[in-house]
Design a protein. Structure first.
Length: 77
């Protein structure tokens, strides 16, 4: 699937994904056994990393996602 975004839309998408990933991390902290939420958090983090890479390619300086990078990777791709 191809999704065309303007630079402004790409920035908005990154910020939304950052907020969602932070929210999910906090929720996982209170309920670490929720596998559905853990899977969604992993996918959100992967998508956020892809958006950050797209921003770098487009010439934007993407901010880091902080400690979200420490979330466990899911090898199911």
């Amino acid at each position: 699937m191809l999704l065309e975004l303007s630079k402004e839309q790409l920035g908005v998408l990154r910020r939304a994904l950052e907020a969602r990933a932070r929210d999910m991390q906090m929720r996982l902290g209170s309920d670490p056994g929720d596998e559905g939420l853990r899977r969604e958090a992993t996918l959100t983090t992967q998508l956020l990393r892809r958006v950050e890479a797209m921003e770098r390619q487009a010439g934007h300086r993407a901010r880091g996602i902080g400690n979200i990078e420490s979330m466990p990777e899911d090898d199911e791709n």
